[in-house]
Structures are given as C-alpha cells and as structure tokens.
Design a binder for this molecule. Structure first.
Ligand code: MG
Length: 374
C-alpha cells in the first residue's frame, strides 16, 4: 500500500499530534449530554518543508491511536495519494474497531493529508477538489438546554440580526425528553425572537421516544420548524423512517456516522430527508465526499455537521449541499486556536477567499498554548 520516496512522489516524513481542551463560555447541554469543556485533537503531517493540519473533536486518546496505529501506515506514503492512505488507515484499525475513536483519528489524519497535498500544490483545497458552488450556506447552531430565555435570545439575535444568518437551530429534548413543555416554550421563544423571516431548526439528540417525537412534532409545526434532527436515536433507522413519514418537517440524522456503510444503512432505511455527516468522524474528507455522493444517489442533500472550518472546502465541492452547521462551541474553539477563520456575515462562507493554500488555517501557537493538554 505504500509509496516510497523512491517512487518519485512526495512522501509523508513525520506525523505529530497536539491536544487542546478549551472551556465552554457557559455550561452547555443538549437532550442527552452535558459538558463544560471541549477537546480538539490536532494531527499534522510533514512533507519536506510543508505541513498539513487536520483535527477532530474527541478524547485525548485519539492522539494515541494516531501514534500507535496510523503513523506507521502513512509515513513513507505519497501525500498525493490520499485515498490510498485513507484505505490503508482503515484497514489497519480493523481489530481496534473502526467506529469511534479510530475513525476520528483517521479523519484528523485524512484532513491533514488533504491540507498537506493542496499546500504542496499551492492551491486552496477547494480548487484541488473542484468547486460545485462558491458560497457555503450556514445555519447558526447552539440554543443549549442550559440557556435561559435571555441567553438564548442573545445568541439567536447575534446570528440573525448581527451576522445575517437566516437559519438557526436550538437543542430540545432536555433531560432525555422529560421537559417537553420547556422544550416547546423555548421553541416558541426562539420563533418570537427571530421572526418569520428566518428558518428555525431543532435537534433532540435522540432524546424522545417515537410517539413522543410525533406528538412534539405536531406542536413544532405551529412554530414553523422545518428541521427535526434526531427526534429519536439514530441507532434505530426504521423508527426514524416511521417518524419521517408521520411528520411534515425534514427528519435528519447522520452525525454519528463513522463508516460509509453507516450512511448507506440510514439511506436504505429511508430514515432521513437530509443526510448529515461529520468530516471529523466519518473518515475525513475522502469519505465525506463519498457520503455526499451516496445521498445524491438517493435524491437527497447532505449537511455538514459541526467543525465548520474542517468542512467548508469539501462542502463547496458537492452539488447537493444543503448547508453547514455553524456550531457555537466549535466556532469558539476554532477562533481561539486558528488564524484564517471565516466570517459568517450574510449567512454563508466562501472557502479560500484570499487564495491561501490548503484549508487556509494556521495554528496560532501563542493563543493555543495555554489550552494544550497533550
Ligand atoms: Mg445533532
């Protein structure tokens, strides 16, 4: 599987990782999880004097997977042949279990390899992949269940009024679906705040039971909700499919897709109206583009999940993109750790606006150092 320097192609010479944990600005929670800090695992690959970077949001153990299982597979391989190295990484983690931390480690490495290749060629990654669109539409995402009405309103107004993002999403399903009335109160407050000119989405993170989700959906229609993400756990595609038939808004899922086969199962079950996929989990840009093609083959759009700066070039390269999630937590982390972050003004971002090669991101070591934990 391995190219060598002798093949005449530029080869990966070195792999490094760094782990950063950044506290949230206030405690955050969705329907099924709460957190007060977020960890980003950075992978870098070096080829000559060029270094590419990639990352995932996962436990520090992800870095250990990179060193123990992946480094030996990619060092010496051609940085021009990213799909070949991606396949080699997937094969080498077979007995460790591909979904989860291993897939996150592969994703960070795959993104770093694409970044390195496009830097070697002196191109923004979108130009290496080939653009299907110029601008990538965004939706503001946050609205955590820990927020009170005032905090939620402040966040939504920032997106819609200050930044001109015409789509927003809030979390519902608080405490595993046990706070239905508060969920609906917060949805009503969100609609009152953003008016009728902006699209309103909700994400239950799998918190509801099936019948509860249908009942809640009926009440969500009164607030013009267009997107109902993971009304029940995405572990049960047939249940999602049944809910999809029963409710008028789009039912969506896919953020826990760690393999291409997972997306095929969701789509074959008729579980979603729009497929979500996360480039930092699914196997990187290489697999994310294939997931987009799978969705397109089913007549559906794809939406990028979180980690906006890792997605934006790939998102620009697919014709069936719905939008990209401008997730409050990750936007904060990426603004702290990286230079070259994009401006969401107007509700869309354009990758490679200044012609910077690769992802256009540079780690700001000065700002990042105080958050480094590994
Ligand atoms: Mg979600």
């Amino acid at each position: 599987m391995r190219d060598t320097a002798a093949s005449g192609k530029p080869s990966v010479e070195r792999v490094d990782t760094a782990v950063y944990t950044v506290p949230t600005d206030t405690p955050e929670a969705d329907g099924t999880l709460s957190w007060d800090r977020t960890t980003l695992v950075l992978a870098t690959v070096r080829c000559g004097d060029v270094t590419g970077l990639g990352y995932t949001y996962g436990p520090a153990a992800t870095a250990q997977v990179v060193h123990e299982l992946l480094t030996g597979v990619v060092v010496g391989g051609s940085v021009l042949d990213v799909p070949r190295l991606n396949e080699a990484m997937h094969r080498t983690v077979r007995n460790a279990g591909r979904p989860g931390v291993a897939a996150q480690a592969i994703s960070a490495m795959d993104i770093a390899l694409w970044d390195c290749k496009s830097r070697l060629l002196g191109l923004p990654l979108v130009d290496l992949l080939g653009a299907a669109r110029t601008a990538v539409p965004l939706y503001g995402s946050g609205g955590f269940t820990t927020y009170d009405d005032r905090q939620q309103e402040r966040q939504l107004r920032t997106w819609v009024e200050d930044e001109g993002i015409p789509r927003v999403k809030i979390k519902i399903g608080e405490s595993w679906g046990r706070c239905e009335e508060r969920d609906l109160h917060r949805v009503g407050a969100a609609r009152a705040c953003i008016g009728n000119g902006a699209e309103l989405y909700v994400d239950a993170n799998g918190a509801y039971t099936a019948k509860q989700a249908v009942r809640v959906a009926d009440r969500l229609t009164h607030h013009g909700v267009r997107w109902f993400e993971e009304p029940v756990s995405s572990d049960h595609p047939r249940t999602l499919a049944a809910i999809r038939v029963a409710v008028p808004m789009d039912v969506t899922a896919g953020e826990y897709g760690y393999t291409l086969a997972y997306f095929a199962h969701l789509l074959d079950a008729g579980a979603v109206d729009c497929l979500q996929a996360d480039v930092t989990r699914c196997g990187g840009i290489t697999v994310w583009l294939r997931a987009a093609a799978l969705a397109e083959g089913h007549g559906l759009d794809i939406s990028g999940h979180c980690a906006p700066h890792a997605h934006v070039h790939a998102a620009s390269a697919v014709p069936n993109l719905r939008h990209l999630e401008w997730f409050h937590d990750h936007v904060r982390v990426e603004r702290v750790l990286f230079d070259g972050v994009l401006d969401p003004a107007g509700g869309a971002v354009t990758p490679g606006p200044d012609g910077s090669p690769g992802l256009g991101l540079t780690l700001n070591a000065g700002r990042a150092e105080r958050y480094r934990v590994g």
